[in-house]
Design a protein around this ligand. Sequence first.
Ligand SMILES: [Cu+2]
Length: 312
Amino acid sequence: MRLNVLTYILPLLATTTPVLGHTIFQRLSVNGQSYGFLQGVRTPGGEQANSPTTDLTYPNFACNTEHWTDPSVIPIPAGACVGAYFSDYLAGPKCLPFGDSVHPVHPSHKGPIIVFLAQVSNASTTTSTGLRWFKIAEDGYSSVPDSDSSRWASERMIAQDGWTYFTMPECIAPGDYLLSVEFVALHNAMERGGAQFFMECAQIRVTGGGTSAGLDFVEFPGAYSATHPGLLIDIYASPLSTYTIPGPARLQCPTSTPPIHYRRPTATRTTETQLAQPAKDGLPLYAQCGGAAWSGITGCAKGGDDESPLYL
Ligand SMILES: [Cu+2]
């Protein structure tokens, strides 16, 4: 009897995973112009698309499960302001009766956002295993809160509707790269192995006149230790004064220090300007809601839950 009950309950638990409020990096912007959902980004698929990785030896640690792929390669000038967008569902917040309250991620999920690059021969096709990664940006914790009370990188990302921003270092050599954007949620990190990793990779082509293809390389899996003070930490210990972001040192360009910015570069809180997309009849599937306060159109365009979210 006990076995029968477990057999019945375990699948139920598995199918409820997405409501825990996990997240997916799934969209890029360059100097304020955004690309489409999943355009040039490799993402997981299915019910578990937004589930975290907690296993530091996971073979697909660098870019997660590359279920949805797309041939686009996003051009990024060295020195550009790059935006990376997270949401709890593929192609943005889901249409739910009272809005999608856990877009872009449940607020309990606090932690750093870390950005890596790896040079590849062809960003559209090169596989993500065995690459040499170097860190180009990171945002952790500030003991002094921002004007909107944000301290963690994740709180700044939530305050900007899922967007986080960083500078593509101006010394990066032109060429193809995979860009990994990783959010580490630390709400369970007081126990070893409790840190939750959410990462996906974008396919980019850097332009400009730089010469650096990286420093302080690491491999994924392998770059992180479970006992690093940034991954084994009680973030509820009060007061938390400092936080050490895991991974290697961030690339510093030799002739200038890249400006660091985690906020929209303009003072206004306008949305990204989306580049031209194929015409659609109505709002795209999965993108009918703007989050918890959404009051606009909630009707669905054509398509079903099994349809690929690419370009929606
Ligand atoms: Cu979680």
